[in-house]
Design a binder for this molecule. Structure first.
Ligand SMILES: *Cc1c(COP(=O)(O)O)cnc(C)c1O
Length: 421
């Protein structure tokens, strides 16, 4: 099936007389006929739902749908994108290990990786997104267990060369994790380019309507965890009655391990109602992505003609530094987000934002409504100047997220505000 069809039908096929739409299973727990029956499910938690700290029937439908859209074998939802990033690493790294990450990643992820991970005894080694394959390999140490990158960076809109990062990781026998939040599987499927694990903040385009924060981790099922570098996958898990993930759950050892260890212990799992809302967003994802791209391209082309910007950072534009990579990885568009560098620095950037009436100034992005933000004074406020420039942010940068309003109204709003600059 194609994307549009998967968005509507994957994950749930009602049986004779069953509700057409997957109902909300808003229940912490599930009743069984006997202790033996519960014991059986503890033996193999893929058989039934036990407790909403780690599985739920409504969320399960969403997980299956997202796994199918990404071309993976299984997925696990989390209560935020941050939690998806954290668990994607903790499932591979313990204290004393390290992982390599592109420095062009979301600001919240930079904090998590550079500061909080350090407290766990896990080192993040940052490399430039434009590093050569050799440079990435050079950064990988014997204790390095993963490579991480972001397909289309929030907010600087740099494009990750997924194949290059995958090749470097695979030469060192470690998996590549890709944060695919902005493109969504509608615009790019990183697994097809060699990524082993894909994560998302579902708070963005997947939910689409700014209703709820969430995340997801998708397992491609392709990485060989029996290569000798990952004993936690190949030796009995004492915390789970001796389960050997690569043997007992060979179809998706990564996601089953994440669920049985991390989700069991941390419990950062969405409720049934959250799964239900996320599913509504996913149903129109393919259609919406097409329209975001169409509107954003028109806005970007207009902005270039105004002469008020040092840079209109939108990789779908021919003059963009990442245009070639965008043509390869994002041939159907680069989402609704763009990074704008307003002439005159921070003062003019703030004036531009405050002069907008339709676009709202808020800490959100990739929404159905047009929104805008000044990253250096908000989402990326905690970063040092060096970290800011490493992830491609300057003081005059504005992140614009073009929504689904009529294009004439969006452009008129921008035109009006630009008059003040
Ligand atoms: C927003 C975002 C995150 C964090 O997601 P939350 O759902 O806000 O926790 C991670 N990665 C990217 C690319 C994002 O845009």
């Amino acid at each position: 099936m194609k994307n549009e069809t998967k968005c509507l039908h994957s994950g749930y096929t009602p049986e004779n007389g069953a509700p057409r739409v997957m109902p909300i299973y808003q229940s912490t727990t599930f009743r069984f006929n006997s202790s033996n029956a519960i014991g059986d499910v503890f033996n193999d938690p893929t058989k039934a739902h036990i407790y909403t700290r780690f599985t739920n029937p409504t969320v399960d439908v969403v997980e299956k749908k997202i796994a199918d859209l990404e071309g993976g074998v299984a997925a696990m939802c989390t209560t935020s994108g941050q939690m998806a990033s954290l668990m994607s690493i903790l499932n591979l790294c313990s204290a004393g290990d390290s992982f390599v990450s592109s420095s062009s990643i979301y600001g919240g992820t930079v904090n998590l990786f550079a500061q909080t991970m350090k407290k766990f005894g896990i080192e993040c080694i940052f490399v430039d997104v434009d590093s050569t394959e050799e440079e990435i390999i050079k950064a990988i140490k014997p204790n390095t267990k993963a490579v991480f990158g972001e397909t289309l960076t929030n907010p600087s809109m740099q494009v990750l060369d997924i194949e290059k990062f995958a090749n470097a990781a695979h030469k060192c026998k470690i998996p590549l994790i890709v944060d695919n939040t902005f493109p969504t599987p509608i615009l790019c499927r990183p697994i097809e380019w060699g990524a082993d694990i894909v994560i998302h903040s579902t708070s963005k385009y997947m939910d689409g309507h700014a209703l709820q924060v969430g995340g997801v981790i998708v397992d491609s099922g392709k990485f060989d965890f029996t290569n000798g570098k990952f004993p936690e996958f190949t030796e009995p898990d004492e915390s789970y009655h001796g389960t050997i993930y690569t043997k007992d759950y060979a179809f998706a050892p990564y996601i089953i391990k994440a669920r049985m260890q991390l989700m069991r212990d941390f419990g950062a799992y969405p409720a049934g109602h959250s799964g239900f809302l996320l599913n509504i967003g996913l149903e129109t994802l393919a259609l919406r992505m097409q329209k975001y791209c169409e509107n954003a391209k028109k806005v970007a082309e207009f902005l270039v003609t105004t002469g008020k910007f040092d840079e209109v950072g939108y990789p779908a534009l021919k003059e963009n530094k990442y245009h070639k990579l965008a043509q390869k990885y994002l041939p159907n568009g680069c989402s609704g987000v763009m990074s704008l560098t307003v002439k005159g620095g921070k003062e003019q950037a703030v004036k531009f934002i405050d002069g907008l009436k339709l676009a709202s100034n808020e800490v959100h992005v990739a929404d159905i409504r047009t929104c805008i933000l000044h990253p250096a004074s908000s989402t990326h406020r905690q970063l040092t100047d060096k970290q800011l420039s490493d992830c491609g942010i300057n003081p005059g940068m504005v992140r614009l997220s073009v929504g689904l309003e009529n294009i004439d109204d969006i452009i008129a709003d921008i035109e009006n505000s630009l008059k003040n600059l």
